[in-house]
Structures are given as C-alpha cells and as structure tokens.
Design a protein around this ligand. Structure first.
Ligand SMILES: [Zn+2]
Length: 317
C-alpha cells in the first residue's frame, strides 16, 4: 500500500507532479503569503527528499539550482519523492533581504511555533508541512552580502547517512561544522532527518561556478540514497577532503585590502593572504595564515574597518 502524502490541503499520489502554493501567512493589508512548492512523486515508494533554497531571502543561487533541477529528465523516473521548495523565506526574497520583515533570521528560528514571531511561524510551517514528511534534506545557501563562498558542503558527519549524502554531493570540500542553535539543520537532526547544507557564491546574484555543480550535486545525492536509476554515478571515486574546524581571519587594522589569495586556494601556515594599507599605500600590514587550510569564504569589498572578516579558512591538516 502506498503512503499518503498531503502538503497544505493538496494530496499527491504516486506518479503525480504537482505545484502547490503553501499558505504561510497574511500581511497586514491581507495579502496572502504563500511558499511555492513542487512535488514529484515516482511510481515506486522510496526516499522523500526536500531541496530548499532562500531560507535567507537574498541567497538566490539555490533558487536557480532548483529551477534547473526541475527541468532535468532524470526526474521523470524517480523512486520516491522530491519536494522542491525554491523560496522558503518569501518575505526576504521579495525585498532582496536575508531576513524577515521582523528583522529575524529564519535560520535561527527553527523549529518555530504557530504562536511565535513571524519568523518562528514560517519556520513552523516549513517544519510541519515539508520537513516532517521527508526522510532526507538538502538546504542551499550562499555567503552573506559583501562576501563570497567557495562551493562546499556543511554537514554533521557523526551521522553516517548524512556523511554519505555529503560525500555524494562531490563539492570540493566538506565542513564538519557544529549545528547552529535554531538552525534548520539542528531542528532536522532532532527529529532524525539527515540533512546537508550546500554553500556557494554571493548573495543577490547568479554564480555559474556554483549553480552548475549545485545541480549535479543534488542529482548525485538523489542517486546515492536510491532515488535514481543505477547507471548514474553516485559516490565520487575520490573521497572529498573534510575540514573539522574553521576560523575567520579579521582585519587587524582599518584600511584598504589587496588580496594575495583566491577563493578555493590551499594555503600554508604563515602564508601571506593579503596586505592592508592606508590610502597612500603606506602603513602596510601583512595578513598571514594562522593555520593551513582552504579559503572557503572571503570579503568581496576591499575596504575594511578593524575587526571585519576577511577570509574564512577551513583548516586542513
Ligand atoms: Zn544562508
């Protein structure tokens, strides 16, 4: 017997593909706020995977990853169900903002509550209508404004199913990071749903070098958990390097930065990463790597106040 799948008040049967506008809330002018969802259910029972983007409303690479994913032929022959949610934070997406109108961060508001803040209510809707109906999840992000991220996976590798998904995505590096309090990853883990987070590129733009591997990564994860035909390569031949801790290098002085390394570059301990100077090119301060690793995040603006983040280094021994 097949399991019932209902999202909002829409029933999705086997072999059905449906677009749903999931009711989230009403604005004070009574405009309805809906979360767009597309569900593709295969003929055979199998894993139920959600792929979500724009939990931070200005992080739109993931929106494009999902848009392209939904056009792929491989989805016509699924085992199990794909639930695609290209825009979770519809408020932020429409105002080009990371946050909600109440200035809260949705990814610090999980699992949420129907009686909580606007962000808490949205988190609760996403948890109850989507996440709790799934067996696996992939959440797509980019760097915050004025920063860029090298494509990487963030995951809790203590769980073997999560590690399998993280490896299958085949990004250049995996960060085995702690689960931030109030994050979707933390809430999913508490109810036993393995989830990985893909990071890459900048906010409010499309980065091809992130979108292309993002689409392929999602398809590879789907293959690895048994949602696709066997001929698709699921697990990469070489193990993806894993970092177990990372740190931000911050500007030791205010000034103008000249970077000496690029995103994705492997750096040695003590290597020169950049030079900060005054507007005349004097008063130079070298920024050197504290530990060996890969540059997975960087400021895009070369104008820095003391203490501002410059490079995010994923440590590698
Ligand atoms: Zn984000």
């Amino acid at each position: 017997m097949t399991k019932k799948l209902v999202i909002g008040d829409v029933h999705i049967a086997n072999n059905e593909r449906k677009r749903i506008y999931l009711k989230a809330s009403k604005l004070y002018d009574f405009t309805e706020i809906n979360i767009p969802v597309e569900v593709i259910r295969g003929d055979e029972e199998g894993p139920v995977l959600f792929v979500s983007a724009a939990i931070h409303g200005d992080e739109i690479n993931g929106v494009e990853i999902i848009r392209r994913l939904l056009g792929r032929e491989e989805l016509n022959n699924l085992k199990g169900t794909l639930i695609a949610v290209p825009i979770v934070n519809v408020y932020g997406f429409n105002s080009n903002s990371r946050y909600l109108p109440d200035r809260r961060d949705l990814n610090r508001s999980f699992p949420g509550s129907s009686r909580g803040s606007q962000a808490s209510q949205l988190a609760n809707t996403f948890m109850t209508e989507i996440v709790k109906k799934c067996t696996h999840g992939i959440d797509l992000h980019t760097a915050a404004v004025k920063r860029s991220n090298y494509p990487h996976i963030r995951a809790n590798l203590k769980d073997s199913e999560t590690e399998k998904m993280a490896q299958a995505f085949n990004s250049p590096i995996i960060l085995n990071t702690p689960l931030p309090h109030g994050s979707l990853r933390e809430a999913a883990k508490k109810i036993g749903i393995p989830i990985i987070l893909f990071e890459g590129g900048e906010a409010l733009t499309f980065n091809e070098e992130v979108i292309k591997p993002g689409v392929e990564g999602v398809l590879s994860v789907m293959a690895s958990i048994g949602m696709m035909e066997k001929d698709r390569q699921s697990i990469p031949v070489n193990k993806v390097p894993t970092s177990h801790s990372s740190h931000w290098m911050r500007a030791p002085h205010s000034g103008i930065l000249l970077k000496k390394v690029e995103l994705g570059e492997r750096v040695k301990r003590g290597q020169l990463l950049g030079v900060i100077s005054d507007p005349f090119g004097r008063d130079l301060h070298n920024i050197k790597a504290r530990k060996a690793g890969i540059i997975v995040g960087a400021a895009t603006m070369p104008l820095l106040n003391k203490g501002e983040a410059i490079f995010h280094v994923a440590e590698l021994r």
